[in-house]
Ligand binder design. Sequence first.
Ligand SMILES: [Zn+2]
Length: 321
Amino acid sequence: MARIKYQYNPETLRYEPWRLKGKSLRIRTLVLFSISLVLALGAYSVYTQYVGSIDEIILKQRNHTLKVEWELLQERTRKANAELRTLIEKDDHNYRVILDTDPLQPSERQAGVGGSVKLDTEAFAEFPLVLDNYNSVLQLKRQLDVEVQSYDKLKAMIEEKLEAWASRPAIQPISNKELSKLHLTYGSRFHPIFHKYMSHKGLDFAAPKGTPVYATGDGKVDKAYFSGSYGNVVYINHHYSFETRYAHLSAFAVKEGETVKRGQVIGYVGNTGNSVASHLHYEVLFKGEHVNPINFFQRDLSNKEYQKLIEIGSQQEHPLD
Ligand SMILES: [Zn+2]
């Protein structure tokens, strides 16, 4: 509680509360105002010297934000560059080696792709750091464009290879379950009907009549008809210069012009044409020349099964056609 001052009044003969009046009041008020003003000015001076004006504070905050964003941008650019280097490394030394194709030449990578946004270099003359960073991002974009084009080419190459691999005859035309009953001869053999040595340009798979016969690669049925020597026969064109033939069938499961997939049933084992027992006569041709089909069975055989097939294939007893 504020202490109240008292003063003796000779007129009333009493002590009364003391109050400033007139000149004294004005002087005291002025002194108080001056002290307040000096203190306020002092506080403002200290504030502006050590803290800054409102505009400065806003500018400092913006500056800080820009600095953080700038550092993030530089970090992202560094990471993108590192990832691009990894992609180029895999492109040149992994994928292109697997696909048996040459790596891109440095000149092809440097060529880049146009279409970039032009920067007013004069306006940024006082900010070389900004200009340098812009140019490095631009360079990164060009290299990425080149790499994207390169990967598109690799993708097309892989798709072509996959189609070629799918087209290549690569399985047996008869199930492995019938392997012990196979009867294989390739080359010259004594013909059981014509009774003289004649060239045998396929393999004979002895199997019961009606055993399913499978397409050995993707392709298109070129022929499915009855021939005097082959009996019921299917020709499949596999593209990429491969052709297969399946003879002495008892029945067809496909028609001429039909597209077939590897492993699809195309007919059934029989004894039609120049044949002395139920079996499949199977031929493989590459660029129009006969090749030994035994070289195309590795895909679905173990080493032991493949060795057994080779041994059986070397026997030349009991020709079937
Ligand atoms: Zn044969």
